[in-house]
Design a protein around this ligand. Structure first.
Ligand code: ZN
Ligand code: ZN
Ligand code: FE
Length: 748
């Protein structure tokens, strides 16, 4: 079993049933020796299945009959010191119903207390400094338990038995509300912060995994000020609401979304927004969706109760910096943004962003896996015989440590180009090796020579390096996500990744298993005119497609007319400095988005594609098509999809219908390519990965179409299809290659 609160739970049930015996941890399991009347023992067995504590996961139960020895009374036997205890650091969990009731009880000693927690809820991963997990090795170590808390902590029948972060107003952390200079703003921090929010001020709030910036979501003034000060031009903000009714007032909440909103992990759930949501338009511009979450700490619960309305809660950072989590740096970095600071004195060990999930074709799809999910282990379909560290990619970076059949993917670290993020990358590697008591022997990394994660891996000594192609890692991540290890057709669509042939890939069809892959098909390459600039300026991709189509002089095309640098880009495309070529599907989406006037430049990664998806007219039934060049291995003429969009634009077809036909065209192309690969002897299972598959419209039609054609479809659920999943795929490939004897020793 995995989780906490299990032994006290067994103690409680056994005592209730009048059974004699004991319970103890043995390795990764719990052993219960118990005696009493047969029907009582059966009742215990049923309770183990049905009443397990919120955070415990029972994998299997085995029973054997032994002779009774006449025990009366039931006890929890302490774990042996020095024994190889399993390392069990669990994710942070949202406040449980019992704790919520205590916070709301005016007669209780935890009335209104913002740090209330118990064995079933509260901070874990974000406060753990080392293992074994106990209070002395958390950021709660400086708070000495008061007698009342110690009594609860020591009582096996109490909900707080061995709850390491246990505390109360007498002994635990305290809240304060301060201004930009650090001066106190009164003795009622929650009431004061709520009043400021209702007065359209911006409040920085210290949460579980970092600081948030909070603003009244209905206020154009507050949200507008937040956007300006944070320099976050268009990226949608998430909103916290008091409860499910609050969520339903803003979004269309289906059953899957409801379960996600309520889950102890409390992710941000991205859902279709109601037109009458009443929110400021600057909350989530250029999109019909909204990310919503429910309160997950007592502090959030108190703030939501005091404001009673939706509050924007966004990671406290400027632009692309990592989320602020240390008190001194927060005051410093956020003083130009926040009007006041709601802070406390419980340090955050590991900054952990909110997780983000979207419901796609009736199933949850993780977009960012962090708080609430990390560090839950994911089962590898192949055993890692040696300890593995997988270094990830570059954007949306995570790392993974793996040994045996367990892989642990880290929190979202972010974009490694940022120096602060790079520091937290190094910290994450050290912290995970410490928490999971692992010294890596195999280190997997991306092929990209310029990624900082690659450079990090190559600096390590005394380890075997396993270079992994980026899109192979994407597909492997999707296979692990589905516990699959047989060969698949891997469809990997993303922004960019370094290919085995030293060109930039991103629209790939691989026949792959966990050891190796063959690149069977890909989109025909187009130049990234101006290199990195083409990533930030989708109009350059549109130019690449227009020029390749012989339309460089087409003055009837609006993009060409409105672009002052058109002559320059045409000249660049004909020069030796045009830039590298790429087969990226993400860049094709960029090109079409710019052609349609959806977006010429972006201020966050993937923005053009996200907004193009939002344009799709769901009633449109037309679809473009792309032909293939070659047979056993083939190139897909993605330019034909672009040309069809251009022809429709010239024919006066509306942008929304074109967006729909384009999406349907890409989906149809994926299906046709998979059919051809299967006809050529390829597998009949398809794995969909890469950031492009975060697109709900595309993924839904691809999944439906592949299903009609008799394919089994693997898609992402627990780990993101974007580069946040790459480290998990790298770890699985390293494990599989090691097993196959395909890892060569380093030349030192
Ligand atoms: Zn609780
Ligand atoms: Zn106390
Ligand atoms: Fe990628």
């Amino acid at each position: 079993m995995q989780g906490v609160g299990f032994r006290p739970f067994v103690h409680g049930v056994a005592t209730r049933l009048g059974l004699g015996g004991w319970v103890r941890n043995v390795g990764a399991a719990v052993v219960i020796e118990v005696e009493g009347p047969r029907e009582r023992l059966d009742e215990l067995r049923v309770a183990l299945d049905r009443e397990t504590p919120a955070l415990a996961v029972v994998q299997t139960i085995e029973t054997v009959d032994i002779e009774p020895v006449g025990r009366s009374g039931f006890e929890i036997v302490a774990s042996e010191r020095g024994g190889r205890e399993p390392v069990r650091v669990t994710p942070d969990a949202a406040t449980c119903p019992e704790c919520l009731a205590e916070i709301a009880d005016p007669d209780g000693r935890r009335f209104g207390y913002a740090f209330t927690n118990c064995t079933n809820c509260g901070p874990r991963f974000t406060i753990v400094e080392n293992v074994p997990y106990d209070r002395a090795r958390t950021t709660m170590s400086s708070f000495e338990m008061c007698p009342a808390c110690r009594a609860e902590y020591s009582d096996p029948s109490d909900r707080r038995f061995h709850a390491q972060p246990i505390c109360c107003p007498a002994c635990g952390p305290t809240l304060s509300l301060v201004d930009r200079a650090g001066r106190s703003l009164g003795s009622d921090p929650v009431g004061g912060a709520a009043a400021l929010l209702l007065a359209d001020k911006i409040v920085a709030m210290k949460g579980l995994g970092g600081y948030h910036l909070a603003a009244r979501a209905r206020s154009d003034e507050a949200v507008g000020a937040l956007r300006t000060r944070k320099r976050r031009d268009d990226k949608p903000f998430a909103v916290m609401v008091p409860d499910l009714d609050g969520a339903s007032a803003l979004c269309a909440v289906d059953g899957v979304a409801k379960a996600l909103l309520r889950d102890a992990a409390r992710p941000i759930v991205v859902m279709p927004r109601r037109v009458d949501s009443g929110l400021a338009s600057a909350v989530a511009p250029h999109t019909g969706e909204l990310g919503v979450m429910l309160p997950y700490t007592p502090l959030h619960t108190l703030i939501m109760a005091a404001t009673g309305e939706p509050i924007v809660l966004t990671s406290a950072n400027v632009s692309d910096e990592p989320i602020a989590f240390r008190d001194d740096e927060a005051l410093d970095r956020l003083s130009g943004i926040a009007d006041a600071f709601l802070v406390h004195d419980r340090p955050i060990r590991t900054r952990t962003d909110d997780s983000v999930v979207r419901v796609v074709a009736g199933e949850p799809m993780m977009l960012r896996r962090s708080r609430g999910y990390v560090p839950t282990a994911i089962r590898l379909p192949v055993e890692a015989r040696r300890p593995i560290l997988a270094c990830g990619a570059e954007l949306k970076n995570t790392i993974t440590v793996a040994h045996g059949d367990r892989a642990v993917v880290s929190h979202h670290i972010g974009d490694l180009k940022n120096i602060e993020t790079h520091d937290s990358y190094l910290d994450a590697v050290e912290h995970f090796e410490r928490l999971f008591r692992m010294t890596p022997r195999l280190v997997a990394h991306d092929l990209h020579p310029d990624y900082l994660s690659t450079a990090f891996a190559q600096r390590l000594r005394g380890v075997d390096l396993v270079p992994v192609q980026h899109h192979h890692a994407h597909i492997a991540a999707c296979m692990v996500d589905n516990e699959h290890h047989e060969p698949v057709i891997g469809v990997a669509f993303d922004g960019l990744g370094y290919g085995s042939d030293h060109t930039l890939w991103g629209g790939e069809f691989l026949v792959a298993d966990l050891v190796d892959f063959e690149r069977v098909a890909s989109f025909e390459p187009r130049p990234l005119l101006g290199g990195d600039a083409a990533m930030r300026e989708p109009w350059r991709m549109a130019a690449a497609y227009l020029i390749a189509a012989g339309e460089a002089e087409a003055t009837d095309v609006d993009l060409i007319r409105r672009q002052p640098r058109w002559a320059d880009i045409v000249a660049l495309s004909r020069s030796a400095l045009a830039g590298p070529t790429t087969s990226s599907a993400g860049r094709l989406f960029d090109a079409v988005a710019a052609l349609l006037g959806v977006r010429d430049t972006v201020n966050y990664e993937g923005q053009a594609a996200v907004e193009l998806e939002q344009m799709v007219d769901s009633h449109e039934r037309g679809a473009y098509a792309a032909s293939f060049d070659g047979y056993e291995t083939f190139s897909i003429r993605g330019g034909e999809l672009f040309a069809a969009a251009l022809a429709d634009l010239r024919a006066g077809i509306g942008v929304r219908r074109i967006a729909a036909r384009f999406h349907a065209g890409v989906a149809g192309t994926v299906i046709a390519a998979c059919v051809r690969i299967r006809e050529g002897g390829g597998p009949s299972t398809v794995a969909l990965s890469g950031g492009v598959f975060m697109n709900r419209v595309l993924t839904t039609s691809v999944v439906t179409g592949l299903d009609v054609h008799g394919f089994r479809v693997l898609r992402h659920r627990r780990v993101p299809p974007n580069d946040g999943g790459v480290s998990l795929g790298q770890a699985a490939i390293a494990a599989a290659r090691d097993q196959a004897g395909a890892v060569t020793s380093p030349t030192l």
